[in-house]
Write a protein that binds this ligand. Structure first.
Ligand SMILES: *Cc1c(COP(=O)(O)O)cnc(C)c1O
Length: 387
């Protein structure tokens, strides 16, 4: 297939109603207007209000996680997850080089150093087998704690990202983290609605993060949530995201340096109405993914990501990768897409190539490099479904 054929196939797969097709945009067909208006009518727009509680309860019911704490965005959620996992100054945290920059930035906020690891081609998430061989060679275990032999720093946590919404293979990562005394955190920012072995993502790490940014499967404008099954961690998360204020009717007393990360009621109102529609969103996304998969089925040199057997993906973002012989067409495809009003994009620049993370430790990253060079993210909005 040449670049024009690829673009024609993309066009044939989507329901193109507008001159420009965004990579991912939200739709508001539920109770959005009613709930947001209710906030304005009642004056409850800020960091306290019934929609925050209702949204948190709905997130718990939907994901099956015992505790959800709504916060201002996914990055803040990750920051708190790391802090409550005990990540401190001079620690290292393992995370894929193939992720959004926020995953690494949250590590930096703790004064810790990101340590980049490679992903597996079939899951697009951290490759447990290769990570194990790497840790075996490059780290030392002392009293059940893992230290980087070269930097002497403690490796405290691993952030497993469910890339583009596709669940990473968690079982081998959980076993590996147990062996090495490393805390597993799920970056489930993209994977609301995705299941790993029948259970919702965000149930497996010790403490985990969601995002409701405008481009995610549901949006609260800006927003995120901390998910955990640990009661004490949830209590702490609630405390440090609301300035560590001690409950009292009128006194302002705070017992530690903390954050103003609570989600405003206005955002929770939007988020709740979106969450009420997630089953429809998921159904349409699956239909769109299946259409892409079918239409590219016989295309030479092109691979479309499909959920692994152990997972049910939310298909948040569809990605196409070109094999080595076709990689040369990548930029022409992007350009031709642009000419046809289709916002197709490459994946993120790998994080170890960004100026602030160039010096960060990393394992060899051949699979991430291949995906960076060959992948095209396809328009995946709910309103593009072909039905
Ligand atoms: C969106 C996203 C985040 C950050 O969420 P924000 O709400 O934008 O702060 C973190 N990690 C991944 C993988 C993301 O896609």
């Amino acid at each position: 297939m040449d670049s024009l054929d690829i673009v024609k196939t993309i066009l044939a797969s989507i329901n193109k109603q507008k001159p420009v097709v965004a990579l991912h945009e939200p739709i508001f067909n539920g109770h959005e207007w009613d709930y947001v208006k209710d906030c304005l009518d009642t004056g409850w727009v800020s960091s306290v209000g019934q929609y925050v509680n209702r949204f948190e309860q709905a997130l718990q019911d939907y994901t099956g996680v015992n505790h959800a704490v709504a916060v201002v965005n996914g990055t803040a959620a990750l920051h708190v997850c790391l802090e409550l996992s005990g990540v401190q100054q001079n620690d290292e945290v393992l995370l894929p080089a193939l992720t959004f920059v926020a995953t690494a930035n949250a590590v930096s906020y703790c004064g810790a150093t990101p340590h980049f690891v490679d992903v597996a081609p079939l899951t697009l998430g951290v490759d447990a087998e290769r990570l194990e061989a790497y840790l075996d060679e490059h780290t030392l275990l002392k009293n059940g704690k893992c230290f980087n032999k070269q930097t002497q720093r403690r490796i405290r946590a691993l952030i497993a990202v469910h890339t583009f919404g596709h669940p990473v293979d968690l079982s081998p990562l959980l076993a590996l983290c147990k062996d090495y005394g490393i805390t597993l955190i799920e970056d489930a920012a993209e994977s609301l609605g995705s299941l790993y072995k029948g259970q919702h993502t965000g149930n497996f790490g010790v403490i985990n993060a969601l995002s409701f940014n405008g481009n995610k499967i549901i949006t609260s404008g800006g927003g995120g949530a901390i998910l955990t099954n640990d009661h004490a961690l949830a209590k702490n998360a609630r405390h440090i995201t609301s300035t560590a204020k001690l409950p009292h009717a009128w006194e302002f007393v705070h017992d530690q340096v903390a954050y103003n990360y609570r989600m405003p009621n206005l955002n929770a109102a939007l988020g709740l109405s979106q969450l009420e529609q997630i089953d429809v969103f998921l159904e349409r996304k699956r239909a769109l993914a299946n259409t892409y998969l079918t239409n590219f089925k016989d295309a030479q040199g092109i691979h479309l990501f499909k959920e692994p057997d152990y997972a049910r993906s939310n298909y948040w973002l569809n990605v196409l990768t070109l094999d080595n012989a076709s990689i040369k067409h990548r930029d022409a495809v992007l350009e031709t897409c642009h000419d046809h009003g289709i916002q197709a994009r490459p994946v993120w620049r790998l994080l170890h190539k960004l100026p602030m993370y160039r010096q960060a430790p990393r394992m060899p990253l051949p699979v991430s490099e291949h995906i960076e060079a060959s992948a095209i993210c396809l328009p995946s909005s709910v309103n593009l479904w072909p039905g």
